[in-house]
Design a protein around this ligand. Structure first.
Ligand code: NAD
Length: 464
């Protein structure tokens, strides 16, 4: 049995026998070096960015049942978001049934404002875990303080939005590695057992040499990618944060937020990062939207050996929908994902048609949630003091995604080197924002934000 298969089957066992898992890991943990805080082996969590995903990540940490965890502090820029998240969590059956054992956040450990992240992390001890669930524009700021405090981290994807923040993240991560901090990045598909087995099969030659890959995230309106003008009297920065997919300095836009998983899983199967990208894209129905996104993107990535990955993304109602990824090889076709993130339903076909009679392999077991598996793996590394740091991989995935976006937005061929060395930082000084700060991306006199002009603005994605 390979190493991956071995660790997967033990993960499956843990997840299946969750009660036993909790007891077993407590015993294991007490025998292992003590790399997490708390006399009782409880790993304490703080949540920074209490939105949909941050709240979900806390639940996943609990569902992983890899020893005791407890949420003790929360921070957000909106009180209502924090309150909603807290109420949602304490009313979940799995949490409610255990009193305040899993979520125990007193009022004085709930923090509102741009400096809330520091206060929430100050409630933890070295070895505990901070969950970074804000828009990615703030990731490097929050990671800096987590490293200073000696905290383990779970950070959502993307982890950077442009060239300068990618370089900064890689540099920062050297300190995290020096301190042996365990850092998970929310590219959860990497933890999916079906994709892990598919990777081994592809590397083992089952589809021959990969000759071409293609991936699609074609949907209707998605998140806040297209957004109308700021309501009269609203705080501009907070309006932008509430609609963060619309603004590149916060999210990297629709490409970075929505396409990164597809791009990352394809690059994983190829076991390489592409060296350049060309892309086309446009905005068909702008209406009164003031965001910075196109509504369709077609990116062509090229790997060092010349192999191509074609990535299509669209957020336009009424069109064909597809959310899937494929790798074509000299012997056949691999389905990397079928309809969203999970279940992946990975398969291998002889030839390039997905006909039943050509099916050569499909993942046999029921797929566990990759959102829970990524937490199982992070907690396992913390409890057993195993090296665990996904930041470099997460940064490269973020950078490669930005490379495709920049190629579309400028209309130029963008190389990985160019993207890495790009000097356009979308929001210098984002670490100094307060509730009263002007936005790093102010609207013009008509309430509109700067948009890309491919072929006209060529050296950076927009002028501000
Ligand atoms: N892995 C996945 O499948 C997945 C799915 C959804 C979202 N995400 C990622 O999770 C992140 C958040 O996405 P979401 O959908 O939960 O968004 P969201 O808007 O629901 O949540 C973000 C929260 O962060 C808060 N926030 C913003 N700036 C802050 C700051 N400086 N300090 C403290 N709080 C701040 C917002 O008020 C909001 O409550 C994004 O990076 C997104 O790409 C990942």
């Amino acid at each position: 049995m390979s190493q991956i298969e071995n660790s997967n089957s033990s993960r499956r066992e843990f997840l299946k026998h969750s009660g036993r898992a909790a007891a077993a890991t407590t015993i294991l943990a007490s025998a292992a070096p003590k790399v997490f805080a708390g006399e009782d082996n409880t790993i304490r969590l703080a949540l920074v960015g209490c939105g949909g995903r941050g709240t979900g990540a806390i639940l996943n940490a609990i569902e992983a049942k890899n020893g005791p965890v407890k949420l003790v502090a929360m921070a957000d820029v909106f009180e209502k978001r924090l309150d909603f998240s807290y109420e949602h969590l304490i009313n979940k059956d799995i949490i409610k049934s255990q009193g305040n054992l899993l979520v125990d956040v007193p009022e004085d450990q709930k923090f509102i404002g741009f400096d809330g992240y520091k206060k929430a992390m100050d409630c933890l001890r070295p070895g505990d875990v901070v969950v970074l669930g804000t828009p990615p524009g703030f990731r490097w700021v929050h990671f800096t303080y987590a490293i200073e405090k000696g905290l383990n981290v779970f950070m959502e994807k993307p982890v950077t939005v442009d060239g300068p923040t990618s370089r900064r993240m890689l540099e920062l991560n050297k300190k995290a590695i020096e301190k042996d901090l365990k850092v998970g990045v929310g590219l959860m598909c990497r933890h999916c057992e079906a994709r892990q087995e598919l990777f081994e099969r592809i590397q083992g030659g089952e589809i021959g040499d990969i000759t071409m890959m293609r991936s699609y995230r074609l949907a209707g309106l998605t998140g806040s990618a297209a957004v109308g003008p700021k309501p009269e009297g609203a705080n501009e920065l907070l309006y932008q944060i509430s609609n963060f997919h619309a603004f590149l300095f916060l999210s990297g836009g629709a490409v970075s937020d929505f396409l990164i998983h597809n791009i990352d899983e394809s690059c994983w199967m190829k076991d390489a990062w592409p060296v350049k990208a060309t892309a086309i894209g446009g905005r068909h129905y702008r209406g009164d939207s003031v965001d910075q996104n196109f509504d369709s993107y077609a990116i062509e990535y090229t790997f060092a050996d010349g192999t191509k990955l074609f990535m299509d993304g669209r957020t336009m109602p009424g069109c064909h929908s597809e959310f899937a990824g494929y790798a074509h090889g000299s012997k056949g076709l691999a389905v990397i994902s079928s309809a969203g993130h999970s279940p992946a339903k990975c398969r291998i076909y002889k030839g390039h048609n997905m006909d039943k009679e050509n099916l050569q392999w499909s993942f046999a077991a029921r797929e566990s949630s990759p959102y829970v598996l990524e937490w199982f793996d992070l907690l396992d590394a913390i409890r057993k003091n195993k090296p665990y740091n996904e930041v470099e991989r997460g940064t490269m995935a973020s950078l490669v995604t930005s490379m495709g976006r920049m190629a579309a937005h400028t209309g130029q061929v963008i190389t990985l080197d160019q993207m890495m060395n790009c000097e356009h930082e979308f929001a210098p000084g984002i670490d100094k924002l307060t509730m009263e700060s002007p936005s790093p991306l102010p609207a013009d006199k008509d309430g509109k934000y700067p948009i890309p002009y491919p072929g006209i603005i060529k050296k950076q994605e927009y002028l501000s």
